[in-house]
Write a protein that binds this ligand. Structure first.
Ligand code: FAD
Length: 561
């Protein structure tokens, strides 16, 4: 890989911009992170790899097969999580791919929206243009119940799940790690264990499916969505594990782990942010994972859930519900419960009890709502500064800034890099953050590989020491960065802003903002911010905006009025 030369002062303590071998990251970061066990993931980091995967997406095949573990899923999550690709880039690539496959010309992209081939030298992006909000939900009616109106719909909808979780993270901050609602399992929260069972951690439960999923999680740091659901469900409902413990376990291994997508998905499975617990049975597993796991499983050979040592998943949903939960109403077909994962048109998780503070949910940067219930497993608190508040920059906008590149913005869509493509930029590996939200070697190698394709100095240590020192080294008068969803990164931004001028730029969103001010109301009756109480409430707000007026017109025309 050619090494990018950095045209600003270097320091002997900068981390090297060459990586002779991937395992070397372990030794490089040992002074800050201690001994890092394990091996790098076979999945590579970096923009080149991200573009390779992006070029291969097939939204049609995705819609037809995404729930199958060998389906046409994109594998893009680690790149999206770290901002190597923005959701907007993936959205545009999906629309373009559908147009190419169907031979239909794409409408002109809305001014300012990302071109997947954008380079670091691209001009700055200042939000979307057009009048996406002017499209109302009625004009965007479905052709017939449940049918996709566009071959790219399933993929766009999943991208929206990420956007939805990220918005909730901005509102709730560290509150995403606490029960949002009471569990609907009939069990008190004390019934759930605070420690990960050894056999589960090691992948030696004797259940071929579970052990295979654990091996993938630990070995590669990536799992198919369905495998995540099965594994989380097994942990929480069969092993009675506190969901936070499972979420922390996933976080330590997943290349794509972030507080929002991970913890809120665990809550969705556990039922503290959904209307009922998610469970599965053997028939469901075999349908979406194929027969080979069960064929090789000793437990399956011993019989069903009733037999000693038999397969705990081989039973009807009614039987499993009676075994696992205390006095719940009858379980229906799980597909009606799978808005997050399966059939097109199933809708989001069905709306039930509203979370505690609907007003906060409509104000994107409101202070985190108080958690319902007190989890025994306390997630480490955020640093002292107001993590869920937007940064308050010190007076004055930096004229000759350095750029702080953080772990949500490791790609050319980074708003700070776009606005200042020639200014010195720095990334800081932060051992404190990585300890609180565990990052293992797989993740650190992935990030390192992404950094090697960016014009950025690499440091490790306390960002509140390293960033001012880098600014001083470069003779800069402040810092420009991109707004983060992670409350810890926002806390660092706030801490920095107390020391020197800081400008925080908005990242490009999946849901284009109305023209003019970001978040402006586009048409009478059109809400500037979505109702975040459930995905099913957010989606009717987001969907027409994501499509935009030009595509909507095409769709409605194409539907024959
Ligand atoms: C218990 C559990 C934990 C999870 N933890 C994470 C996590 O830490 N980070 C993470 O990015 N995803 C998480 N997910 C969501 C989902 O499993 C992954 O995003 C997806 O499997 C990644 O594979 P892919 O890139 O091939 O996704 P695709 O199916 O190809 O989807 C494209 C992109 O859409 C987004 N996406 C798709 N499905 C979801 C979803 N259900 N929720 C949020 N975003 C979605 C991702 O950015 C993904 O890369 C979790 C799901 C569960 C059930």
């Amino acid at each position: 890989m050619p090494t990018l030369r950095l045209p600003w002062p270097v320091d002997p303590a900068d981390l090297p911009r060459r990586l002779p071998e991937r395992q070397r990251v372990s030794a490089l970061l040992a002074p800050w992170f201690g001994a890092l066990g394990g091996s790098p993931s076979p999945r590579l980091g970096g923009r080149r790899e991200a573009e390779r995967l992006l070029a291969a997406i097939d939204p049609r095949a995705y819609g037809a097969s995404r729930n199958h573990v060998d389906g046409a899923v994109t594998g893009l999550s680690p790149f999206i999580r770290h901002g190597v690709l923005s959701l907007a880039e993936v959205r545009e690539a999906a629309f373009a791919r559908v147009a190419t496959l169907s031979g239909t010309p794409e409408p002109e992209p809305v001014a300012g929206l990302t071109n997947p081939a954008a380079t670091l030298a691209s001009r700055p992006v200042h939000g979307g243009g057009g009048r996406p909000g002017a499209a109302n939900a009625a004009a965007f009616a479905r052709p017939r119940h449940g049918a996709p109106r566009h071959p790219g719909e399933a993929l766009i909808r999943q991208l929206a799940w990420r956007d939805y979780w990220q918005r909730l993270w901005s509102v709730w901050g560290e509150g995403v790690h606490h029960d949002r609602e009471p569990l609907k399992t009939g069990h008190p929260s004390e019934a759930y264990a605070d420690a990960l069972p050894e056999d589960l951690a090691r992948g030696s439960t004797g259940l071929a499916c579970i052990d295979a999923f654990v091996a993938d999680l630990v070995g590669s740091g990536w799992l198919h969505n369905h495998a995540r659901l099965w594994l989380a469900s097994y942990g929480v409902h069969w092993r009675r594990l506190r969901w936070q413990v499972g979420a922390r376990w996933f976080h330590a291994h997943l290349l794509d782990a972030d507080g929002a997508s991970n913890s809120l998905s665990w809550q969705w499975v556990a039922s503290s942010f959904s209307s009922k617990p998610y469970i599965f049975n053997r028939a469901n597993l075999e349908r979406f994972a194929g027969p080979s796991l069960c064929a090789a499983c000793p437990a399956a050979g011993r019989g069903g859930a009733e037999a000693a040592g038999g397969c705990p998943f081989e039973a009807s949903y009614e039987t499993l519900q009676e075994r696992l939960f205390a006095g719940l109403p009858a379980v229906t077909d799980p597909r009606t419960r799978l808005g997050m994962t399966t059939v097109a048109g199933a809708g989001g998780p069905r709306s039930a009890a509203a979370p505690p503070d609907p007003a906060a949910l409509q104000a994107p940067f409101a202070v985190a709502a108080p958690a319902v219930g007190e989890p025994a497993f306390a997630h480490p608190p955020a640093p002292a500064c107001a993590a869920s508040q937007p940064a308050t920059p010190a007076p004055g906008r930096p004229r000759d800034p350095v750029l702080w590149i953080h772990a949500e913005a490791l790609g050319p869509a980074n708003a700070a890099l776009r606005a200042h493509p020639h200014r010195p930029a720095v990334f800081v590996f932060d051992p404190v953050a990585a300890d609180q939200e565990p990052w293992g070697l797989k993740r650190l190698v992935f990030i390192y590989e992404c950094l090697l394709e960016l014009p950025v100095t690499i440091r490790a240590g306390d960002p509140l020491v390293e960033l001012p020192a880098f600014a001083a080294r470069c003779g800069a008068d402040g810092v420009v960065t991109t707004r983060a969803a992670d409350p810890r990164l926002r806390a660092i931004t706030n801490g920095l802003a107390a020391r020197l001028p800081v400008e925080v730029l908005e990242p490009e969103s999946l849901v284009p903002a109305a023209p003019g001010k970001p978040g402006a109301v586009a048409a009478p009756g059109d809400q500037a911010s979505p109702d975040l109480r459930r995905f099913s409430r957010y989606w009717p707000w987001a969907e027409p905006r994501i499509w935009g007026p030009a595509r909507l017109q095409g769709l409605n025309g194409g539907m024959g009025g």
